[in-house]
Design a protein around this ligand. Structure first.
Ligand code: DAH
Length: 357
């Protein structure tokens, strides 16, 4: 019996899985198992022998059953342990990996500009990039013979042969959206219009497609003072500085009267641009009071309403804010450049959260 006990204890302790245990159970205490056969032999024994062997055999059977159960439980624990180890998951890790793509600086800056002007009550307006020459020029007080038409290096769309209506143009500025917004909504009006514009020009500071944002505010009592305040507020918020100095320089645009170009005070000390201090000035936009003829073209009565407008280069202010030296790189789609200058895809600019973080 001691041999049987030793043999089965050893085998049970070494059983690798439940199937092996079951086999051992059958082999030891199953109907035709070794212990069961021994129990049958009890019948051939003398009563004295039986009295001695019976309880010992029963005890051995119980012991083996106990060992089988204990081993089974241990195997189960080990299997659970292994599963827990293999399926371990750190639920505090971010659910998404940082996206491989980035937001282009032009998109980022467009969102920043939009957030700032939205905070001042400006809605976003849009117009087509393929524009009529009336919206792009005539309605903005740029008649056919006006030098500004030639200066804009306009791309003209082809017309079918025999169609001699004036050709459409790729809009040379976002100003035609002023006209479309006035015609669509009337006065009072407060909109910005960011978007693509086109001119046949290409060098380090010019690309044939670039981005502008137009601003237009019309009411009964809008003045240059409102224009100045809005632009100062915009620059402080956009460049994320406490103080900016703007210089309004008298200028000329056909669609505004009076007109001003706006420069921002800066320094180039040590080769890096600092805004808000120094003795240099950087031109950032054109602006003025909307010309009465432009209001009239937009079906707004110039004797009852007046307003300001401005136009700003988005790529240009992006270069200034983020220290990007060459405009052409904006449109090269070079992945290394995009990774370097791009912005996190899940961080939308918002005034309360800090625009660019
Ligand atoms: N449209 C002008 C340009 O493309 C910029 C501009 C100047 C827009 C003065 C305006 C403005 O609205 O008032 O150069």
């Amino acid at each position: 019996m001691d041999d049987l006990r030793d043999k089965y204890m050893r085998l049970i302790a070494g059983a690798a899985d439940e199937a092996a245990l079951e086999e051992l159970r059958v082999q030891a205490v199953g109907k035709k198992g070794e212990i069961s056969l021994k129990m049958r032999e009890l019948g051939k024994m003398s009563p004295d022998e039986r009295k001695e062997a019976g309880p010992r055999l029963n005890a051995l059977k119980d012991e083996i059953n106990g060992a089988l159960a204990a081993r089974k439980a241990a195997l189960g624990d080990a299997a659970l342990e292994e599963r827990l180890r293999a399926e371990w998951l750190d639920v505090t890790l971010p659910a998404r990996q940082r996206p491989a793509g980035t937001i282009h600086p032009v998109s980022q800056v467009t969102e920043e500009v939009t957030a700032i002007f939205a905070d001042m009550g400006f809605a976003v307006a849009e117009g087509p990039q393929v524009e009529t020459d009336w919206h792009n020029f005539d309605a903005l007080n740029i008649p056919g013979h006006h030098p500004a038409r030639a200066e804009m290096d306009t791309f003209y769309m082809a017309r079918a042969e025999g169609d001699d209506r004036p050709p459409h143009v790729l809009r040379t500025h976002t100003s035609p959206v002023q006209i479309r917004s006035m015609l669509a909504h009337g006065a009072p009006l407060r909109v910005i219009a960011p978007g693509r514009v086109y001119r046949a020009d290409y060098d380090q500071t010019h690309t044939p497609m670039f981005h502008q944002v137009e601003g237009l505010a019309i009411d009964t009592d809008i003045t240059m003072a409102n224009l100045k305040w809005c632009l100062e507020e915009f620059c402080r918020a956009f460049f994320e500085v406490d103080h900016v100095d703007l210089r309004f320089r008298a200028s000329h645009f056909p669609f505004t009267e009076p007109s001003a170009e706006v420069d921002i005070r800066c320094s180039w000390e040590g080769g890096t641009l600092k805004l808000g201090e120094g003795d240099d000035w950087l031109e950032i936009l054109g602006s003025g009071m909307v010309h009465p003829k432009v209001l009239a073209a937009g079906d707004i009565d110039p004797t009852a309403w007046q307003g300001f407008a401005f136009g700003m280069g988005i790529d240009r202010i992006a270069m200034l804010k983020y220290g990007i030296p060459d405009l052409r790189a904006f449109f090269d789609s070079d992945l290394r450049w995009l990774r370097h200058y791009g912005f996190g895809a899940l961080d939308m600019p918002a005034i309360h959260a800090g625009l660019s973080r």
